[in-house]
Design a protein around this ligand. Structure first.
Ligand SMILES: Nc1ncnc2c1ncn2[C@@H]1O[C@H](COP(=O)(O)OP(=O)(O)O)[C@@H](O)[C@H]1O
Ligand SMILES: [Mg+2]
Length: 326
């Protein structure tokens, strides 16, 4: 029995030649950057200071798709290291780049999306902790980032105790929703980066959200734990937030050298019929370097394959799934 069939028990795999065709229909942007390519480049200074250097085509894109906005999206998967924070940082910075007023809320005590945007994670500063536990207004904790149209609610390590502190409070599942409802109209998109657990913080995010995006790493154990995640989403929908929908599953860290990656994508498509984004995020070293400089990829290296992929994914999110594979 192959490794793969052991993982997905009781499933038989026959001829896999169709997989290559299926993969070709996806927007797989390989992970090898071609240094000689000639794409429209945005330099950090431009992104920071004004929007005069935005590719004119991209400005028109915003005009055409302006009406498709107004969403609160949680980025959730209880597995760690699947690309939630990378997706939150790069999706929000591209939404801002395209002209949408965007807010990123970091509710992971590890604060990766806070630091990934170059924001300090000092525990003496106000953060989402003060909102969830102290009842502070989100507007009082909001930080303007260095990136176009992007505000952020930072996290801090203090939040690690919040799960326990929340247990005894009234309406403990709705702390974030109550805060988000007050500022909802100030933004086109609010994106929430969840911690790697299905505890009260993630439940708060799912209760506040209209949609959830599930990043899934293209690896052997991709489907492990997905049943539990979907069950939690279902319970939240039935009991706490009837609005909640799964926007889609995003395949991340695709490496064409790993043959099994294609099979994983195919399995995930069976699991989420019509809900897998056609953009597949490649494993790309520039994406993993950017956070240590406190920059999203559009600022760190807008030409790399990882940047192209996140830009393409952002357009799919804006267009609300019209390009999803069948
Ligand atoms: N497409 C990618 N290519 C290469 N490295 C990636 C990619 N996506 C994420 N990473 C790296 O993998 C690690 C885990 O990603 P992260 O977004 O923090 O996951 P999560 O938030 O789900 O725990 C980080 O070090 C990140 O920089
Ligand atoms: Mg994270």
């Amino acid at each position: 029995m192959s490794v793969f069939s052991r993982i997905f028990k009781n499933k038989k795999y026959g001829d896999n030649s169709h997989l290559n065709n299926q993969l070709n229909s996806n927007k797989i942007i390989d992970n090898f950057d071609n240094k000689n390519q000639n794409t429209n480049n945005i330099h950090l200074e431009d992104v920071k200071m004004n929007d005069s250097k935005i590719n004119p085509e991209d400005k028109n894109y915003f005009k055409k798709n302006r009406s498709l906005a107004k969403k609160v999206i949680a980025i959730a998967n209880q597995k760690g290291g699947v690309g939630k924070s990378t997706t939150a940082v790069n999706l929000t910075s591209y939404l801002g780049y395209f002209g949408y007023k965007t807010l990123i809320i970091d509710i992971d005590p590890q604060s990766n999306s806070t630091s990934g945007l170059g924001i300090s994670t000092d525990s003496d500063k106000s953060s989402i902790y003060n909102v969830i536990i102290g009842g502070e207004l989100l507007a009082n904790v909001t930080i303007k980032t260095d990136f176009l149209n992007l505000d952020a609610i930072p996290s801090s390590i203090q939040l690690a105790g919040a799960e326990v502190e929340l247990v005894a409070s009234m309406k403990r599942e709705y702390k974030l929703k109550e805060a988000v409802d007050k500022i909802k109209n100030d933004y086109d998109y609010i994106i929430i980066d969840c911690p790697p657990a299905l505890g009260l913080l993630t439940i708060n995010a799912l209760s506040a959200a209209t949609e959830v995006i599930i990043p899934i790493q293209c690896e052997y154990y991709a489907l492990e734990g997905l049943g539990q995640l979907l069950h939690t989403i279902k319970l939240v929908k039935e009991n706490l937030n009837s609005e909640l929908e799964i926007a889609g599953a995003l395949m991340t860290m695709y490496d064409p050298r790993i043959k099994l990656a294609g099979q994983v994508i195919s399995e995930v498509k069976k699991y989420f019929p019509e809900k897998v984004y056609s953009t597949i995020i490649p494993r790309n070293v520039r994406l993993s370097e950017a956070p240590s400089y406190g920059k999203p990829i559009l600022s760190y290296d807008p030409e790399c394959k990882g940047a192209q992929a996140y830009k393409s994914f952002t357009k799919e999110v804006i267009e609300n799934g019209t390009k999803r594979t069948r």
